[in-house]
Design a protein around this ligand. Sequence first.
Ligand SMILES: [Zn+2]
Length: 129
Amino acid sequence: MIDSEPWTCTGCGAPMIGQRTPDDMCRSCIRVALITEPASPGPAGAGPFRTEQQARAAAHQAVAPEPGWSILRDAGNRQLLTGALTAAGVGLGAYDERIVSWLAGWEDSICAVIAGWITRATIVPERTP
Ligand SMILES: [Zn+2]
């Protein structure tokens, strides 16, 4: 039997034929993932993200989409971003709020990445004596 099943790499979107991997990524993407993923990742849902799908899943884990929607709308994205900012102790001025509202108009996966940066930036690495 010839393994000629077509599939798409979830990392880079490259069309592949046969030799499908368990996590649906091409060899290059698996290599990159192994190098860039830290041994002990940050808080759940804060990344690092390898794919848009991972970022979107993290967004929906933090804030559930409205009924009938497969993505977060502005209000959900806003909640995601302000949640990360509040948890990080970041105070917002009026102009900051405007930028949050502007960012919330983008895709939930993009907002999840930015929220992840904020969250991961607050992680203080454990020091070993
Ligand atoms: Zn790939």
